[in-house]
Each structure stands twice: as C-alpha cells, then as structure tokens.
Write a new protein. Structure first.
Length: 107
C-alpha cells in the first residue's frame, strides 16, 4: 500500500500528464489527509501518467542510489517520494544532478 499526502499529490500533479489527479482519486481511498493506493494501482498510475524524459526507469545510477537512501530516511515522506526539506526530488531531476546535496547530508 502507498500512502500519499494530498497536499504533496497536488504539488506534484503539474509534473504529471493531464488526468492524473482524477485517476488517483478514482483508484485510491482517502484517509485523513492522505490517499491510499495499492502497490499495483500506484505502479499503473506512475507508468501511465509519467512525463517522458523523467521516468524512473531512465534515471542514472546516482539517482537510484540516492533514492535508496531517501527511502530509509526519517525525513522522507511517502516511502521516499518526497522529503520534508525538498519537494519534488522524487522525479529524478534533483536527485540525478551530482551537484545536488541532501538537506540531511546523507548524500
């Protein structure tokens, strides 16, 4: 199960293809300030609404290594797809740039 904060969902929606928010609402269920999706629905929506050029499959090894660190960090939210210190790094553009630094100093 994936828990996505509704505020974060709205912040990243402009980085997705049109119709993303409606599709998430249709597949997920609201619990408090979050939407809960099954892992399968999350993967389907990610693939279907990913903007070409920033797909996670295209990320280099630096971004993948950093993402693994982020997933285990206490400052991450939504399983490493967001950070309390940096919004949007889950889309690879920020994590994949060698000059970017983790706000917690972990990479």
């Amino acid at each position: 199960m994936r828990k996505i904060n509704i505020k974060t969902l709205h912040e990243v929606a402009p980085l997705r293809l049109p119709g993303y928010l409606d599709a998430v609402r249709a597949r997920g269920r609201v619990e408090g300030d979050a939407i809960i999706l099954s892992d399968e629905d999350f993967d389907v929506l990610r693939r279907q609404y990913q903007v070409p050029g920033i797909a996670s499959e295209a990320l280099g090894p630096v971004a993948k290594q950093r993402f693994a660190v982020c997933k285990s960090c206490a400052q991450s939210k939504e399983a490493g797809f967001g950070c309390f210190h940096h919004i949007g790094c889950c889309f690879g553009r920020w994590r994949s740039q060698p000059e970017s630094k983790c706000p917690e100093g972990k990479w």
